[in-house]
Ligand binder design. Structure first.
Ligand SMILES: [Zn+2]
Length: 856
C-alpha cells in the first residue's frame, strides 16, 4: 500500500522525484538489513518524547504523540520511520513544527530529505497506537516489543542498534498505577485521570522500551541501599507473604553478584519488576522494569526444588540482562543468542550460592543438555548464530539452541581460555561498548586478546555451523584388561571442521572410578592412558556432562547400565548415564519397554531430587509417547501404585509434590481417578502436601479429561471455586477444549484461527495440551493440517516462543503414523516454505516421527 499525504491541497506540486533516492529493497515490509544499515550509518543522538492516553475500556483507542529528535549525519536520503499499522492511524506528521509531505509504504512513514537539516532534527507525529503489542486486558496492559513490535505501537526506528533516550508520559484511569523504564518524576491527578511523567532513560533499544499500567498491588523493599518495587496482581495474600522475601532476596543477590563480576554498578537508574498473570515468557528484561510470569515467581507451597531453582535462575537471568543485552546490545538480531547465552551462563554461576546443598554440575547438565539435544538432534537443527535478512523474522531465531546449547558452548569456551580471561574479556567488552551495540566478532576479538588464543575455528564449528557431533566409542578388552579405547567423530560439520571439545571419560568397575580428561579434536582420538586398566563395568564418555554430543555406549557398557544404572553412587555420573541411555532408546538400541523397566526400577531408589525429576519426566514421556494405548492400559495400575507408594514415603512437601505431579498426569484407571476426585473434594488429605488454587484447577482438568461422566460438573464447580479473577478467566477459556463433546472442541479449535482468540498465549497452549491429549489424539488429528497452515500467521502475530510452542503442544499427544504423515505431506507440498519455520516444524515433530517410525 502506498499513500501520499500533503499538508494542504494547494501544495499538490510535482512530487515524483521527492522520494526517488530510496532503493526499493529498503522499503519492504519489516526492517530489512539494508534499511537498518543505512539508518545506523546516518542517524544518531536519538531522543523520543512519547505520550500515550490510555482509556480504561480496552476496546477504545489509545492515542499517542511522539516527538523524535535525532541528528542526521548526511541528509541525502529520505527519512524512513517504522510504523507497522494501518496508515489511517497516523494523524499528523510535522518536522520542526511544520507539516510536511510524507508517504506511507509497507509499514514505513517516509519523509523527504528536503525537510531536514544536518545535525539536530525534530519530527512530531500524532497517531493512534496499534494494540498488537500492548497486551490490553480488562484491568491492565503491558507492552512487549521484543523483537520488532515497538513499531506496531508508535513510529520509531525499530532496530536494536539505533538506541534512544525515552521521555515517557502516560495518562491512565484513576484506579490504575503505571511503571516504566525510567523513575517516576511526577504524578498529577486532574480531569479524573492520573498523569505520570517518567525520567529520561539512558540510551536503550526499542525492544527494551516498556511500560505497564493497570490495577496492581505494590510492595517496596530495600536491599543494599536500593529501593526495589514489585508490582503484582496476586490475590492470595498468604502466597504473597510466603514468596516476597525470597523474590527480593534473589534479585538483590543477583545484582550484587553481577556488579562484582562485571565491575560495573547497575547501569540504569532504578530496578523494579512486574508480575504479569499468564505472561508469554518466563520473563522479559525491560530496563528498570522487568516483566515476569507471575506463577514463575509466586510459587505454590507444593513447589518442587526444581521450580525453586527455576525461579532463582529466571531472576538471575533477567537481572544479568541489565548488563548483557541492555547495556551492551547485539547489533542485529542474528546475534540475539549472545545476550541470551550470557544471561543463562551468568544465571548458572549465580544461583549456586543460593543453593549450597545443590549438585550444581548436575543441575547445569539437566537444565541444558536434554533441551539442547531435543532440537539439535532433529532435522530442524540450525547454527547458534543464524542469518537474518529482515527483523520481522527475528522471532523465528529463538529456541533451545540459543537458550540451552549456547551456554554449554560458552562453558567450553571458558574451559579453553580460562575463567579469569573470560571475566577480564567480558569486563572490557561491557566497558568498551556500554550503551552501544556489539557483535559476536567484536567479543571474540577481545577474548582472543585476553587469552592469547586463536578461537576462529572453534567459533566456526560451534557457533556458525548446525548440528551436534556424533561420536563412535570403540572399546576393546582382553584378559580382564582394556586394550584400546577410541573415540571417532562420526559426522563432520558442513565445512569439514571438527568440533573441538574437552571431555572426561569415566571407566568404572566395582573397585574404583578412573577419570580421564581428553581433548577431542580430529577424526579419531585414542585414549592411551586407559590401556592396561582393569576391565570396566562400564565406560562413559562425557561423564561430567560438560561435553556436548551423542557418545554411543559400547555394548558391554550398555548392557551393564541397563541393569545397574540406579546403583551408581555418584549422582552426576548417574545423571549422565541416564542421558546416555535415553539417547540409546532414541537410537533404537534399547526399546521403550526396556527403558521403562529401568526407570521403574530406579525411581524408588533415586535419592537425588534432580535425577528424580528427570526420571519422572522420562516416565511421563515414554508412557504417553511410546507406549500404545493398549500397552498403557496394561501397565497403568502398576505405575500408579508405584508412584503413589513412593510419594507416600517421600520426605517433605517438595519431594512428594514431584511424584504427585507425575501421578496426576499418568493417572488413568478408575481407582486413580476416584482417588483424585476425593483429593479435589477435600475428602482425602495427602500427608504434607498443601494444594493451591492452581493445583485444584489442574486436578479438575485431568479428571474432566479422564472421566467424561463428571467432566462438565467438576469443571463448573472448579470455576465457581476460583477466587482469583485472572485464574478464573483462564479456566473459562480452556474449558471448551476439555469438553466431552467433539462439536465443542471443533468450535474451540476454529476459534483459534482468529488472532483475538490467541492473545493469551499461555491459555492457548494449556488448552491445546488438553485438546491434543493422547487420550483424544484420534479425534484431534483432524486439527493438525490447519495447525500447520496457521503457522505463518502465528509467527507474524504471536510472540517469539509461540510458533514453536504452538507446534510442540499440538503434536504432544500424537504418536500415530497418520499424524506424522500429515506433517510430512505439509512440508512436501511446500518446498519453498520459509526455512526457519520449516526448522521449527521439524524440531517439534521429531518426537512424533520417532514414536511413529515415520519421517525420522
Ligand atoms: Zn533472556
Amino acid at each position: 500500500m502506498i499513500k501520499f499525504f500533503f499538508p494542504t491541497i494547494c501544495m499538490a506540486l510535482c512530487f515524483s522525484n521527492i522520494f526517488a533516492q530510496l532503493p526499493r529493497e529498503v522499503l519492504e515490509n519489516g526492517v530489512s538489513e539494508k534499511l537498518a544499515k543505512e539508518r545506523a550509518e546516518n542517524i544518531a543522538q536519538i531522543t523520543y518524547d512519547l505520550y500515550f492516553n490510555i482509556p480504561e475500556d480496552k476496546t477504545e483507542p489509545i492515542n499517542g504523540r511522539v516527538q523524535l529528535e535525532f541528528d542526521f549525519k548526511e541528509n541525502k536520503i529520505p527519512l524512513v520511520l517504522d510504523f507497522n499499522q494501518d496508515y489511517h492511524k497516523i494523524n499528523t506528521v510535522a518536522v520542526a513544527g511544520k507539516s510536511v509531505y510524507w508517504r506511507y509504504e509497507n509499514g514505513h512513514i517516509i519523509i523527504p530529505d528536503s525537510a531536514f537539516q544536518l545535525k539536530k532534527n525534530i519530527v512530531q507525529i500524532s497517531f493512534e497506537a496499534g494494540d498488537n503489542a500492548l497486551n490490553r486486558n480488562d484491568e491492565y496492559l503491558y507492552t512487549l516489543f521484543v523483537p520488532d513490535r515497538a513499531s506496531t505501537a508508535f513510529p520509531c526506528f525499530d532496530q536494536p542498534d539505533l538506541k534512544g533516550r525515552y521521555n515517557l508520559s502516560l495518562k491512565i484511569p484513576e484506579t490504575w498505577v503505571a511503571v516504566a523504564n525510567g523513575r517516576m518524576l511526577e504524578k498529577r491527578f486532574w480531569d479524573g485521570k492520573h498523569h505520570y511523567i517518567f525520567n529520561e532513560t539512558k540510551p536503550i533499544s526499542t525492544y527494551l522500551f516498556s511500560f505497564v499500567a493497570g490495577k496492581f498491588s505494590t510492595i517496596n523493599a530495600y536491599r543494599n541501599g536500593r529501593s526495589i518495587t514489585m508490582y503484582h496482581r496476586e490475590t492470595d495474600t498468604a502466597k504473597v507473604a510466603a514468596n516476597k522475601k525470597a523474590i527480593f532476596d534473589l534479585h538483590a543477590s543477583a545484582l550484587n553478584w553481577l556488579e562484582d563480576y562485571t565491575a560495573i554498578p547497575l547501569p540504569f537508574e532504578k530496578f523494579d519488576f512486574v508480575l504479569i498473570p499468564s505472561f508469554q515468557y518466563g520473563g522479559m528484561e525491560h530496563v528498570g522494569a522487568i516483566l515476569y510470569k507471575s506463577s514463575s515467581l509466586m510459587l505454590d507451597p507444593s513447589a518442587t526444588q526444581n521450580q525453586q531453582l527455576r525461579r532463582a535462575s529466571l531472576i538471575a537471568h533477567e537481572t544479568a540482562h541489565m548488563w548483557f543485552g541492555d547495556l551492551v546490545t547485539m547489533q542485529w538480531f542474528n546475534d540475539v543468542w549472545l545476550k541470551e547465552v550470557f544471561a543463562n551462563f551468568m544465571a548458572a554461576k549465580m544461583v549456586n550460592p543460593n543453593f549450597p546443598d545443590l549438585n550444581h554440575q548436575l543441575r547445569f547438565l539437566l537444565a541444558h543438555h536434554p533441551a539442547a539435544y531435543s532440537e539439535d538432534r532433529t532435522q530442524g537443527s540450525h547454527p547458534i548464530q543464524q542469518k537474518l535478512e529482515n527483523l520481522k523474522d527475528a522471532g523465528t531465531l529463538y529456541g533451545r539452541i540459543i537458550y540451552q546449547k549456547a551456554p554449554i558452548v560458552m562453558n567450553q569456551l571458558e574451559k579453553i581460555i580460562g575463567e579469569e580471561a573470560l571475566r577480564k574479556g567480558l569486563r572490557v567488552y561491557l566497558k568498551n561498548y556500554a550503551y552501544r551495540n556489539a557483535t559476536w566478532d567484536d567479543l571474540i576479538k577481545i577474548l582472543e586478546q585476553a587469552s592469547g588464543k586463536d578461537l576462529e575455528e572453534w567459533s566456526e564449528a560451534w557457533v556458525r555451523e548446525a548440528g551436534m557431533p556424533h561420536y563412535r566409542v570403540e572399546k576393546n578388552e582382553a584378559n580382564g584388561r582394556i586394550t584400546s579405547l577410541k573415540i571417532s567423530q562420526a559426522n563432520k560439520t558442513k565445512t569439514g571442521n571438527h568440533w573441538q571439545q574437552q571431555v572426561k571419560i569415566s571407566s568404572v568397575n566395582k573397585e574404583k572410578q578412573q577419570v580421564y580428561p581428553v581433548m577431542l579434536n580430529g577424526d579419531t582420538t585414542e585414549i592411551k592412558e586407559i590401556i592396561g586398566d582393569k576391565k570396566a563395568d562400564f565406560t562413559l564418555v562425557n561423564s561430567d556432562g560438560t561435553g556436548y554430543g551423542y557418545f554411543n555406549l559400547d555394548k558391554d557398557s550398555r548392557q551393564y547400565l541397563a541393569k545397574h544404572v540406579w546403583k551408581i553412587s555418584d549422582a552426576l555420573l548417574r545423571g549422565n548415564a541416564w542421558l546416555a541411555l535415553y539417547e540409546e532408546m532414541l537410537q533404537g538400541t534399547i526399546t521403550h519397554k526396556q527403558f521403562m523397566e529401568m526407570l521403574l526400577k530406579a525411581i524408588p531408589n533415586e535419592n537425588e531430587p534432580l535425577n528424580t525429576q528427570n526420571i519422572l519426566g522420562y516416565i511421563e514421556e515414554v508412557y504417553w509417547k511410546y507406549y500404545t494405548p493398549k500397552e498403557r492400559l496394561a501397565m497403568a495400575e502398576k505405575l500408579e501404585k508405584l508412584l503413589w507408594k513412593i510419594m507416600d514415603a517421600a520426605p517433605g512437601q517438595s519431594a512428594k509434590a514431584a511424584y504427585f505431579k507425575t501421578y496426576l498426569k499418568i493417572a488413568q484407571t478408575k481407582e486413580a481417578i476416584t482417588r483424585l476426585k476425593l483429593i479435589w473434594e477435600g475428602d482425602l488429605l495427602m500427608n504434607d502436601i498443601v494444594l493451591s488454587e492452581n493445583d485444584y484447577t489442574k486436578i479438575a482438568c485431568e479428571i474432566a479429561l479422564k472421566n467424561e461422566a463428571i467432566a462438565e460438573e467438576i469443571l463448573q464447580k472448579q470455576l465457581a471455586n476460583i477466587k482469583n479473577p485472572d485464574r478464573k478467566a483462564m479456566l473459562q477459556f480452556i474449558m471448551p477444549a476439555l469438553s466431552t463433546k467433539q462439536a465443542d472442541r471443533d468450535l474451540f479449535f476454529k476459534s483459534l484461527k482468529s488472532e483475538t482468540n490467541r492473545t493469551h498465549e499461555t491459555w492457548v497452549l494449556q488448552a491445546l495440551s488438553y485438546l491434543h491429549h493422547p487420550l483424544r489424539a484420534k479425534n484431534s488429528e483432524r486439527y493438525l493440517m490447519e495447525t500447520l497452515e496457521l503457522l505463518e500467521e502465528i509467527q507474524l502475530t504471536g510472540d517469539i516462543f509461540f510458533p514453536k510452542r504452538w507446534l510442540v503442544t499440538s503434536f504432544s499427544g500424537h504418536q500415530s503414523k497418520s499424524a506424522a504423515s500429515i506433517v510430512i505431506k505439509f512440508l512436501e507440498e511446500r518446498p519453498d516454505y520459509p526455512y526457519r519455520l520449516r526448522n521449527k516444524i521439524l524440531q517439534a515433530a521429531d518426537p512424533l516421527f520417532r514414536a511413529s517410525g515415520v519421517g525420522g
